[in-house]
Write a protein that binds this ligand. Structure first.
Ligand SMILES: Cc1ncc(COP(=O)(O)O)c(C=O)c1O
Length: 385
């Protein structure tokens, strides 16, 4: 009989469940060991934690591969590490990278500063101008990179269309799917070749680990692993253990983030001191139709423009009691940050406004607190704004 495919919530807890033996621990122990007893003579794969073959590292890699529907996956030391290694696995000096313009600031710096020094040139495309994807393609373009949903406008990109373009060109499409998590969107099911995550965010979900992950084909992940070894990007076993614990509740956490995200966004849209709310689950969002078609949930990330602009922000932030002013996202606790001082600090006010992020823009990462309590906190902030 064909083995029934388990649902994502079950896979997130068990992976490929095997019957357990008597006395076996239900929660996996932490193998907090840098090295392992080795056989005499030559061996193919030395067990060594920097090599990514520590049992804790392997458990979560297999778990993520199952969740993303990938042949293989690997966790590394940070989301930035994952983005860097994924690209280094497919790009060489002299190659050209085509990237969406709407990406995390750290990723942009990696491309424009570090990759440039390595002889890898990057062109940025405004995804609203679909024709640009073709006009900026070059003979030496070797990969396409996008983020979806994007930070902080929550734009949703047409991954299927981009995957067709990449296939036509015979190059891989890499998608940073951090904001969605595999519960809301699985890029490989839409034709992408590689999925990248900042595991720091939803995969772990508790704001206590820095990690990254890459999922894709077996040969590609093997190449990432080779890069990880020599660039020293392995994840610590304790961090891997915490991520395994986080993954077990990913399905229920994301379901709650989705519920709260929608409820709070709808409420925010009604508030007179709010100029605009950016949430893909709102009919007012530019990508609402696409988001409804491709996302299984709209997530817990919300962009909010205060009517009072930049001057209202500090009054708003000071009045909050529950929602914490801190960068990062995807944890159980709600956070708020200002893109003008974080992800978009490298741009002038005019450039930010042109990018749709005026002063007075706040990015909310709605956590797992009660939605009414969150709205009460936001009402406190808005009253002061
Ligand atoms: C979409 C996205 N990708 C990658 C990263 C980098 O992740 P990390 O901080 O784990 O290195 C971030 C961090 O905020 C992010 O938001």
């Amino acid at each position: 009989m064909a083995r029934r495919r388990a649902a994502l919530s079950t896979l997130a807890i068990h992976g490929d469940a095997e019957a357990k033996s008597v006395g076996e621990p239900v929660a996996a122990p932490i193998c907090q060991s840098s090295t392992f007893v080795a056989p005499f003579g030559p061996s193919d794969d030395v067990l060594y934690t920097r090599h990514g073959n520590n049992p804790n590292q392997l458990r979560i890699a297999e778990r993520l591969a199952r969740l993303e529907g990938a042949e293989a996956a690997i966790f590394v030391a940070s989301g930035m590490g994952a983005t860097a290694l994924a690209h280094l696995a497919v790009l060489r000096p002299g190659d050209h990278l085509l990237s969406a313009d709407w990406i995390y600031g750290g990723t942009r710096r990696l491309f424009t500063e570090e990759f440039r020094h390595l002889g890898i040139d990057t062109s940025f495309v405004n995804p609203d101008k679909r024709r640009e994807w073709r006009t900026k393609l070059r003979r030496d373009t070797r990969a396409i990179f996008v983020e979806s949903p994007t930070n902080p406008l929550m734009r949703v990109l047409d991954v299927e269309w981009l995957a067709l373009l990449a296939k036509e060109e015979g190059i891989p499409l890499l998608v940073d799917s951090t904001f969605a998590s595999p519960m809301n969107f699985r890029p490989l099911e839409h034709g992408a070749d590689v999925v990248i995550h900042s595991g720091t965010k939803y995969l772990n979900g508790h704001s206590d680990v820095i990690a990254g992950a890459v999922a894709g084909g077996e040969a590609f992940v093997l190449e990432v692993r080779e890069k990880m070894k020599v660039w020293g990007q392995a994840l610590d076993p304790h961090a891997a253990w915490l991520i395994e614990r986080g993954l077990k509740t990913l399905a229920v956490r994301i379901a709650r983030h989705n519920e709260t995200g929608l409820a709070v966004s709808r409420w925010l849209e009604e508030q007179p001191k709010v100029r605009r709310v950016h949430y893909p689950g709102l009919a007012s969002h530019t990508d609402y139709e696409l988001a409804t078609r491709v996302l299984e949930g709209f997530g817990g990330m919300v962009g909010v423009e205060l009517a009072g602009g930049g001057r209202a922000v500090e009054r708003f932030l000071r009045a909050l009691r529950l929602i914490t002013h801190a960068p990062s996202l995807g944890g159980v606790e709600s956070l708020v940050s200002e893109p003008r001082y974080t992800s978009h600090s490298g741009l002038t006010p005019d450039e930010r406004a042109a990018a749709g992020i005026p002063d007075g823009f706040l990015r909310l990462s709605l956590g797992l607190e009660d939605a009414d309590d969150l709205m009460a906190d936001l009402a406190r902030g808005l009253a002061a704004a």
